[in-house]
Design a protein around this ligand. Structure first.
Ligand code: ADP
Ligand code: MG
Length: 483
C-alpha cells in the first residue's frame, strides 16, 4: 500500500494547504512512515540519509498537535549546529504561522539578553543547540520541564560533536511523559544506546539509503599526490567551471588554507567551519545562498545537513573518513531531482577508503590521474592570472562582479559553457576551453585525434567531462594548458 498525500497520513487540511503552497504535496518515505506513528503519540527512532525530508517528518505532527492556546514551551528540537537551528526554525515557522504557533531559535553566538527578553513570552516551539539551551536553563529563562515533544535531530552529528553529555542532561530535565523522537542519518552504537535509554518503546523507521540519489550524481575520482592536490583542484575548477560548489576538507586548518589559496587565485570563495564566529558563519551562508560566493570550503561538521539549492559540484579535496560521510557530502549536490557532480581527490594512501566507497555506491568510479606535467602549464597560467586579478580587485569589489555576473572581469575570461553547448560560429576565443582541450586534459582519447604526443596518449582513460556550468562567470581566467 502506498500513501499519496499528507492528508492520508493524518495531516489536517490547513497544513496540507500550506505545504502545497510551498510545492510540497507528496510525502517522502521517512515522512510516510514516521508521521502516522508520531500522530499516534509513539516514540520514534528514524534513520534516513540527509536530504530525505526528516525535518517535516517531525515538524508536521508537532505543529498539528501543539496547543496554541497555551503560552508555554511544548516542543523542544535539539540540533547540533547553529546553521541547522536556523534552517529548521525557518522551515517550521512557515507552517507554525498558519496554526498560530510561535517558534524560536536558540543557539550560541546570539545575544543572550535579547533572547531572554523574547523568552518572557514563551514560544510553543524551541529549536536549540545543546550548549545555549543549557545556558538558558541555568539562568532559569527557559523551563523545559513540561514539554510534550522532544526531538533529537541529526543525533549522530551531536555525538560526533561531543554533545551527548549535554543532550543527556537536557533530557533528564524534561518530563517522562514526553514523546521523544530521534532522527539520524546513521545509527552508531552510542546513539542506539541513548535511544534505548530515553525513548519509550520506540518504533523504528529505517529508510534504506537510496542508491538512486547517488546514481543521479556523476562521480569521478582524481588521483594525485598531497603535493599536487591543490593544483589538481585548481585544474578541475578551471575545467569544470562549477556554478556553485562545496569543497570538503578534513580539518578546519586545511579548509582555511585552501580558501585562502582559492581567493588568491581569484575565486569568490569562503570558508565554513567551527572556528568562525557566529556572525561570520551566518554571513558566509547568506552569501552562498545568495550566490555571491561560488565556492564554499567546508568541513564535514559545518556543512552537515545544510540544504542549499543549486550546488552543482561537490569536491572532496580530502577523501571523507567513511562511506557514510561520502554519501552525505555528495548529497549536497543533485538535490531535488537536479543533476550534480562529485569529484574526489585521492592519494596513494586513500585507496582503502576509496575501495570502501566504491563498494557502497556499487560501482567502480572513473579515475583520472593528474600528474605534475598536467598541472604545470595551468599553474604558470594561474600565477600570471592571479597577478592580473589582484590589480582588478583593487578597482572592483566582489559584489560588483556578481551583479554583472556574466561579464568577464578581465579580457582573458574563459567563455563559460552552457549545458547544451552549441557549435561556436565565431572564431574561437583563445581563452576558451574547448571540448577537445578538456578531453585532452582528462586523458580521453579523441575519436578524430589531432596529433597527439606519446605522453598524451599514455594518459589514463577517464570519464568524459563536458565542462558544464550554469552560465555564470566565476571570475576566473584560464590559460591553455601547457603541453
Ligand atoms: P534531512 O533533514 O533529511 O536532511 P530536510 O528535512 O532538510 O532533509 O529536507 C531536504 C529538502 O527537501 C528541504 O528543502 C525540504 O523542504 C525538502 N522536502 C522535504 N519534504 C519534502 C516533500 N515531501 N516534497 C518535496 N520536498 C520536500
Ligand atoms: Mg535534517
Amino acid at each position: 500500500m502506498t500513501t499519496h498525500s499528507f492528508n492520508q497520513l493524518g495531516i489536517n487540511e490547513t497544513l496540507c494547504h500550506a505545504l502545497s503552497q510551498h510545492g510540497i504535496t507528496k510525502p517522502t518515505p521517512v515522512q510516510q512512515q514516521a508521521i502516522p506513528l508520531l500522530l499516534k503519540g509513539r516514540d520514534v527512532i528514524a534513520k534516513a540519509q540527509t536530504g530525505t525530508g526528516k525535518t517535516l517528518a517531525f515538524a508536521l505532527p508537532i505543529i498539528q498537535s501543539i496547543r496554541t492556546d497555551k503560552q508555554q514551551v511544548q516542543a523542544l528540537i535539539l540540533t547540533p549546529t547553529r546553521e541547522l537551528a536556523i534552517q529548521i526554525t525557518a522551515e517550521m515557522k512557515k507552517l507554525a504561522a498558519v496554526v498560530g504557533a510561535k517558534v524560536l531559535a536558540c543557539y550560541g553566538g546570539q545575544d543572550v539578553l535579547a533572547q531572554v527578553k523574547k523568552l518572557e513570552n514563551p514560544p510553543q516551539i524551541i529549536v536549540a543547540t545543546p550548549g545555549r539551551l543549557l545556558d538558558h536553563m541555568r539562568r532559569g529563562t527557559i523551563n523545559i520541564g513540561p514539554i510534550s515533544f522532544l526531538v533529537l535531530d541529526e543525533a549522530d552529528q551531536m555525538l560526533h560533536m561531543g554533545f551527548l553529555d549535554e543532550v543527556e542532561s537536557i533530557i533528564l530535565k524534561t518530563s517522562n511523559s514526553r514523546q521523544t523522537m530521534l532522527f539520524s542519518a546513521t545509527m552508531p552504537q552510542q546513539i542506539k544506546q541513548l535511544a534505548s535509554f530515553y525513548l519509550n518503546k520506540p518504533e523504528q523507521v529505517d529508510i534504506q539509503a537510496e542508491k538512486v540519489t547517488v546514481d543521479a550524481i556523476k562521480q569521478q575520482v582524481i588521483e594525485t599526490s598531497d603535493r599536487l592536490k591543490q593544483s589538481a583542484l585548481l585544474y578541475m575548477l578551471q575545467a569544470q567551471q562549477p556554478f556553485l560548489s562545496v569543497i570538503f576538507c578534513r580539518t578546519k586548518i586545511r579548509a582555511k588554507k585552501l580558501n585562502e589559496a582559492l581567493q588568491d587565485a581569484g575565486y569568490m570563495a569562503d570558508e565554513l567551519h567551527g572556528d568562525l564566529s557566529q556572525a561570520k558563519r551566518e554571513q558566509v551562508m547568506r552569501k552562498f545562498r545568495d550566490m555571491k560566493l561560488q565556492i564554499l570550503v567546508a568541513t564535514d561538521v559545518a556543512a552537515r545537513g545544510l540544504d542549499i539549492e543549486g550546488v552543482s559540484h561537490v569536491y572532496n579535496f580530502d577523501i571523507p573518513i567513511d562511506t557514510e560521510s561520502y554519501i552525505h557530502r555528495i548529497g549536497r549536490t543533485g538535490r531535488a531531482g537536479n543533476t550534480g557532480e562529485a569529484i574526489t581527490f585521492v592519494t596513494a594512501k586513500d585507496m582503502d577508503k576509496l575501495a570502501a566507497i566504491e563498494k557502497v555506491v556499487g560501482k567502480k568510479l572513473p579515475r583520472t590521474k593528474l600528474e605534475s606535467y598536467h598541472l604545470k602549464g595551468l599553474f604558470q597560467a594561474d600565477l600570471q592570472i592571479s597577478d592580473d586579478k589582484r590589480d582588478n580587485r583593487k578597482k572592483e569589489k566582489p559584489q560588483d562582479r556578481t551583479k554583472k555576473s556574466n561579464q568577464p572581469i578581465n579580457n582573458k575570461e574563459i567563455k563559460v559553457k552552457t549545458e547544451a553547448p552549441k557549435k561556436s560560429k565565431t572564431k574561437s576565443n583563445p581563452w576558451e576551453i574547448t571540448k577537445a582541450d578538456l578531453d585532452m586534459a582528462m586523458g580521453i582519447k579523441n575519436k578524430t585525434p589531432k596529433k597527439q604526443s606519446s605522453r598524451e596518449q599514455s594518459r589514463t582513460r577517464a570519464s568524459k567531462n563536458e565542462g558544464r556550468s550554469g552560465g555564470r562567470s566565476n571570475g576566473r581566467s584560464g590559460g591553455r594548458r601547457g603541453r
